[in-house]
Design a protein around this ligand. Structure first.
Ligand code: DGL
Length: 267
C-alpha cells in the first residue's frame, strides 16, 4: 500500500482568477492540501512579455518548491501557461499542469460551425492559441478576441457593474453578431463573469471554460504519481498574494462565498 502524501499542491495565477480553477480542484481532490498564490503585484499578466512571464512563473514555482515542498504545480492561468509552461517543465522536476483555452471541446461540439474565444491580449496572440486553432478547429470559423481590462474588474470584485457590461459589450459584439454557439472563456478570471457574459451573448451560446478538465487531469496525475493524501478529513488551503493581503481576502471571500484570510508572500 503506498503511503499517504500530505505535501500540498501549488496553484497560482496573476490574481483571483485562479480561484475558478481551485474551486474545481477542491471538488475533485477534497482530501488534498493546497497552497494558492495570487501574483497581484504583477497583475495583469495579459500585458506582459514572454521574458517577464517566464521570470515571474519560475520565481513563484521556485518559492513553492523551496518553501512549501509542493508535490505538484497547477498553473491556473492561461497566459502564464502559454508563455512559460515549457520553461517551467524544463526547470522543475515536479509534475506541472497547465491551463489552456478549451478550444477543442468548443470546436467538437459546435452545431453552427462558428466559435468565439475571449482571452487576454497576450493569450490571443500566442503561439499556443494559434496551435490550438490549427490543430482542433478544422472547418470551423473562429472569432478570437483579446480583451484588455476584463481581468482587472474581476480583481476589484466587480462582476456586473455598468463598467463591466460596457467592456463586455465592446468585446463580445462581433461574437454576438455572428452565428457562434460556443464561447471559450480563455482566461481564468472570466468564469466569475459567467452570468454577466451569458446575459450579453444570449442563451443559445454555451460558455466553456477549462476548470473541470484541469481538475480531472490533476487528479489523474495525483493517482499516477502515487501522490494521494489519504487523510480522512478535508484538505487545507493556504492563500497568499504578492499584493495586498486584506484586499485579496475580501475579493476572494466574495468570489468563493466563504471567508478567506490570506497572507502576504514575499518572493
Ligand atoms: N487569469 C489569467 C489567465 O487565465 C490572466 C489574467 C491577467 O493577469 O491578465 O490568462
Amino acid at each position: 500500500m503506498p503511503k499517504s502524501d500530505d505535501r500540498p499542491i501549488g496553484v497560482f495565477d496573476s490574481g483571483v482568477g485562479g480561484l475558478s480553477i481551485l474551486i474545481e480542484l477542491k471538488k475533485l481532490l477534497p482530501h488534498e492540501n493546497f497552497v494558492f498564490l495570487a501574483d497581484q503585484k504583477y497583475v495583469p499578466y495579459g500585458e506582459k512579455t514572454k521574458k517577464e512571464l517566464v521570470n515571474l512563473c519560475v520565481n513563484i514555482t521556485d518559492y513553492f518548491v523551496k518553501k512549501y515542498d509542493i508535490k505538484m504545480m497547477v498553473v491556473a492561468c492561461n497566459t502564464a501557461t502559454c508563455y512559460s509552461i515549457k520553461e517551467l517543465r524544463q526547470k522543475f522536476k515536479i509534475p506541472i499542469v497547465g491551463t489552456e483555452p478549451a478550444v477543442k471541446p468548443a470546436a467538437q461540439n459546435t452545431r453552427t460551425g462558428v466559435i468565439g474565444i475571449i482571452s487576454t491580449p497576450a493569450t490571443s496572440k500566442s503561439k499556443t492559441i494559434k496551435r490550438l486553432i490549427t490543430d482542433f478547429t478544422h472547418g470551423t470559423e473562429v472569432i478570437n478576441i483579446g480583451c484588455q481590462n476584463l481581468e482587472n474588474v474581476v480583481e476589484e470584485g466587480d462582476l456586473s457593474s455598468s463598467k463591466v457590461k460596457a467592456l463586455l459589450d465592446k468585446y463580445l459584439s462581433e461574437i454576438k453578431n455572428s452565428k457562434a454557439d460556443r464561447l471559450v472563456l480563455g482566461c481564468t478570471h472570466y468564469p466569475f463573469l459567467r452570468e454577466t457574459i451569458q446575459k450579453r451573448v444570449g442563451g443559445k451560446v454555451k460558455l466553456i471554460d477549462s476548470g473541470k478538465a484541469i481538475a480531472k487531469h490533476t487528479k489523474f496525475l495525483v493517482i499516477k504519481n502515487r501522490f494521494k493524501n489519504k487523510q480522512a478529513g478535508r484538505g487545507k488551503t493556504t492563500y497568499f498574494t504578492t499584493g495586498n493581503a486584506q484586499r485579496f481576502s475580501k475579493v476572494a471571500s466574495k468570489l468563493l462565498g466563504a471567508k478567506v484570510v490570506a497572507f502576504q508572500a514575499k518572493l
